[in-house]
Design a protein around this ligand. Structure first.
Ligand SMILES: Nc1ncnc2c1ncn2[C@@H]1O[C@H](COP(=O)(O)OP(=O)(O)OP(=O)(O)O)[C@@H](O)[C@H]1O
Ligand SMILES: [Mg+2]
Length: 286
C-alpha cells in the first residue's frame, strides 16, 4: 500500500532507526535475523520488539519465522525511508495528498520551497531483471533485494529531467532525489486526456516541438501518450520519463514512431487533427 503521510508524521526515531538498520543489513541477508537486528540497532530487545510491532502494523516491515525469525523492509518501508530523508534534508517539510497512483509509481503533493510533486517509484520484479544488467547501477553487494531496484528507475527519470530541463524541454524541474523518490516542481494543471482543449492545434504543435527538442538532446520518451502530457492553461508539460530511451538505441526509430502514433492518434480521434505519425516523425527528426 502507498505510504501514509500520517504514518510518516508520527514516526518514532527508533522506528526510523530500525528501518535504516534493516535496510543496511538487507545487503547481506535476505531476511535479517532477529538477533542481528537487535544487536545492530543498539536498542534493547524489548524496545526492538515493541517498535517492530508498530512497523509491521504500518506495513513497513514484514517478518518470517522460517527458517529463522527474520525481517525485511517492504516497499512501504523503503518509501518511508526516502520521504524521511528528504524531510531531514529540508527538501520537503510534509507529505501532502496523493495525486496519482500508477502501475509503477505513487505521486504525492508535498510542501517544500513552494509546492512540489513527490514521485515514488516502485518497479516490479520484471523491470528488476533489466536493472540487474546495468552494471553502473548494480552495487557490489552480496545479493540485491529487488525493492531497491526502484532506485534505478528514479535515477533514470531524475537524470532525464535534469538534462531535458537544461535543454529547454518543458518538463517539471527536478529538485532532489533520495532512494526511489524524486521531488520535482508541481504542475498546477490537468492531464490532457481529462480536459477538452480550446486550442488543440497549438497544443499539438507544442508537444511535437518538445519531442523534437528532447530528440535533439538524445532522448526519446518511450511512453508518450495523452496520459503523460499536462496542461496548466499556459504551458504544456511532458511528464513521466523513467523509461526514456537513447536516440542511439537500435530500435530508436520504432520507439519514437510508437510515441508519435499515440499522440497523433489521440489528436486525430479527439480533435480531427490530420497529422500522420510519418509527418510527425519528419517534424521531430528533421
Ligand atoms: N510534477 C507533477 N505535478 C503535478 N502532477 C504530477 C506531476 N508528476 C506527476 N503528476 C501526476 O501524477 C500522475 C502519475 O505520474 P506519472 O505519469 O509520472 O507516473 P505513472 O503514470 O504512475 O507512471 P507509470 O507509467 O509507471 O504508471 C500523472 O498522470 C499526473 O497526474
Ligand atoms: Mg504516467
Amino acid at each position: 500500500m502507498p505510504v501514509s503521510p500520517e504514518d510518516i508524521k508520527n514516526m518514532h526515531k527508533y522506528e526510523t532507526l530500525l528501518l535504516m538498520t534493516t535496510e543496511k543489513l538487507m545487503r547481506k541477508y535476505s531476511w535479517v535475523p532477529d538477533d542481528v537486528l537487535k544487536k545492530s540497532s543498539g536498542l534493547s530487545a524489548q524496545e526492538t520488539e515493541f517498535r517492530l510491532g508498530h512497523l509491521m502494523e504500518k506495513d513497513m516491515i514484514k517478518s518470517s519465522s522460517v527458517p529463522y525469525r527474520g525481517y525485511q523492509l517492504t516497499f512501504t518501508g523503503y518509501d518511508a525511508l526516502a520521504v524521511l530523508s528528504l524531510v531531514k534534508k529540508g527538501t520537503i517539510s510534509a507529505l501532502g495528498c496523493l495525486i496519482g497512483v500508477g502501475k509503477e509509481s505513487t505521486v504525492y503533493e508535498a510542501l517544500g520551497t513552494g509546492v512540489l510533486a513527490l514521485k515514488i517509484h516502485r518497479v516490479g520484479q520484471r523491470s528488476f531483471q533489466s536493472a540487474r544488467l546495468n552494471r553502473s547501477f548494480m552495487p557490489e553487494w552480496k545479493h540485491f533485494p529487488w525493492i531497491f531496484a526502484s532506485t534505478y528507475s528514479a535515477r533514470q527519470e531524475y537524470e532525464a529531467l535534469k538534462a531535458l530541463r537544461k535543454g529547454g524541454v518543458s518538463v517539471p524541474v527536478p529538485v532532489a532525489i533520495n532512494r526511489n523518490a524524486i521531488a520535482m516542481t508541481y504542475i498546477a494543471g490537468r492531464n490532457i486526456q481529462q480536459i477538452t482543449l480550446e486550442n488543440p492545434g497549438e497544443i499539438f504543435d507544442t508537444i511535437l516541438e518538445n519531442v523534437k527538442k528532447a530528440y535533439a538532446l538524445g532522448y526519446i520518451h518511450n511512453d508518450l501518450s495523452e496520459y503523460n502530457v499536462m496542461f496548466d492553461e499556459k504551458e504544456v508539460w511532458l511528464i513521466d520519463w523513467p523509461q526514456w530511451t537513447e536516440t542511439s538505441h537500435p530500435n530508436a526509430k520504432d520507439i519514437l514512431m510508437h510515441d508519435l502514433e499515440n499522440i497523433t492518434g489521440y489528436f486525430s480521434r479527439k480533435y480531427g487533427i490530420a497529422c500522420t505519425p510519418e509527418d510527425a516523425f519528419k517534424t521531430v527528426v528533421g
